[in-house]
Design a binder for this molecule. Structure first.
Ligand SMILES: [Fe+2]
Length: 446
């Protein structure tokens, strides 16, 4: 049973599926926090990140606020800690200095909250009130926890020391794209969704967007291609950078993707979850900021796709005219479709997921790396905040850039192709890469 199937199969089945999703998600959170000792859990590995123990208790606190108190109507377990774990009250850099719950207390707290949540799930009708219809609030909390799990995975990547996370290598390239780029013919398509039960407010409502013909890279930009950009002076040539990009390049002294280092032979190495290894040529580049992606695109004579172009390539079915849930169709992701859910600890090489391509032949739109787009985070027309302003609304028009498609660290519960992520243009600790696009020549437009 997967999240796409169980909405139509009755309330008991839905309830059992939600319990399974909550449990699957919690096992991931515990794997990320049990793999290091208490000192590591309370330490700040980067000023960009919270201590892992903050994320853990924050996960429990959001679950308590929404599922135990709001949906369940139960008395608070720990209203005294709400302020400590409110992400809007304390910047990440300040969180280590707070009187946080200890690792043992945080574990006990999330366990206590979960017991109450399961009681609430047992007795809550999953229909009627919008917050609970189709189990939305439970789905929102599953996705919230999984988002923090990906954030904790990024914290693991920033920590130094011996490797503590282990996973099999991603699958090899089986069938790389036959063409470098794919023509996406112009015309209208349906962006966003009205019907996806667990879609978040910023993905709604469904609306028609007219997109002109364009070419999209059949795969994300690889490490080999990116190394060529560096070798041709990519980081030294002002003309390939935007004004803001060049200023940041200078100020932050960017020379290569985060975690890359060149040895005296000129070979590039990267550090990945405590392992140092040669940069794999055919994997999508990861840990680059928007400015680096834009400079690469300009060097290559191309540009980044807009968010609408990305979504059209990922969802529009030219035969039926409808937008599908995933690049390959409506079937929930399996291990054969995409590199998701921390099943592997790196992107997979281009061509590793032929079953996940779009009918037009675009590979790996979902999974592997988040893809920077040229669009800032704005509301879909008709947007209405739900269930609270702080989920999306306070970030709209705030200078955030949209990323699409999810990474190897993104859970399947957020892999739908309408899902929107956003971050500051300078961020590199996230699992972000990109692919390029270009306008179609006038003669190629239909
Ligand atoms: Fe959060």
């Amino acid at each position: 049973m997967t999240t796409t199937d169980f909405f139509t199969t009755g309330e008991d089945v839905l309830r059992a599926a939600i319990a399974a999703e909550l449990d699957r998600t919690r096992r991931r959170s515990l794997a990320l926090t049990d793999s290091v000792d208490d000192a590591d859990l309370t330490r700040q590995h980067s000023p960009l990140m919270s201590p892992l123990v903050w994320d853990l208790a924050h996960i429990g606190n959001q679950e308590e606020l929404w599922l135990v108190r709001d949906v369940g109507g139960l008395v608070p377990l720990r209203s005294d800690i709400d302020e400590l774990y409110d992400a809007f009250q304390h910047a990440r850099a300040d969180r280590p200095a707070l009187p946080l719950l200890s690792p043992a207390e945080a574990r006990g707290y999330v366990r206590g909250v979960r017991e109450k949540t399961l009681d609430v799930l047992d007795r809550t009708p999953l229909r009627g009130r919008r917050l609970v219809a189709d189990g939305f609030a439970f789905g929102m909390i599953v996705q919230h926890e999984q988002q923090h799990d990906e954030t904790m995975l990024a914290t693991h990547q920033l920590r130094t020391g011996e490797p503590v996370l282990h996973a099999p290598a991603p699958p090899p390239s089986i069938l790389p794209p036959t063409a470098r780029e794919v023509l996406i013919p112009g015309g209208p398509f349906t962006m966003g969704t009205d019907s996806d039960p667990w879609a978040l407010d910023n993905e709604r409502p469904a609306h028609t967007v007219l997109v002109d013909s364009f070419y999209l890279d059949a795969a994300p930009v690889t490490n080999a291609a990116y190394a060529e950009f560096i070798a041709e002076g990519g980081y030294d040539r002002r003309e390939w950078w935007t004004e803001a990009g060049w200023a940041h390049r200078q100020q932050a002294e960017l020379r290569a993707p985060l975690f890359w280092e060149r040895d005296s032979d000129g070979t590039w190495w990267r550090r990945r979850f405590g392992v140092t290894e040669p940069v794999p040529a055919e994997e999508p580049v990861v840990h680059v900021c928007l400015h680096e992606a834009e400079a690469y695109a300009r060097w290559a004579g191309r540009r980044l796709p807009t968010e609408a172009e990305w979504e059209k390539a990922a969802r529009h079915d030219p035969v039926t005219g409808r937008s599908r849930r995933y690049p390959w169709g409506d079937e929930a992701p399996t291990e054969h479709h995409a590199n998701l859910g921390q099943r592997h600890l790196s992107p997979a090489p281009v061509g590793a997921y032929p079953q996940g391509t779009t009918p037009a032949g675009v590979h790996q739109l979902v999974g592997d790396v988040w893809e920077w787009t040229s669009s800032t985070f704005t509301a879909h027309p008709g947007f209405a905040a739900f269930p609270y302003r702080e989920y999306s609304e306070v970030f709209l028009d705030g200078g955030y850039q949209v990323l699409r498609g999810g990474s190897f660290g993104t859970d399947t519960s957020m892999a739908r192709a309408s899902f929107r992520n956003w971050d500051h243009p300078i961020r590199r600790q996230i699992f972000a890469g990109f692919r390029c696009a270009r306008d179609a020549a006038r003669a190629e437009r239909s």
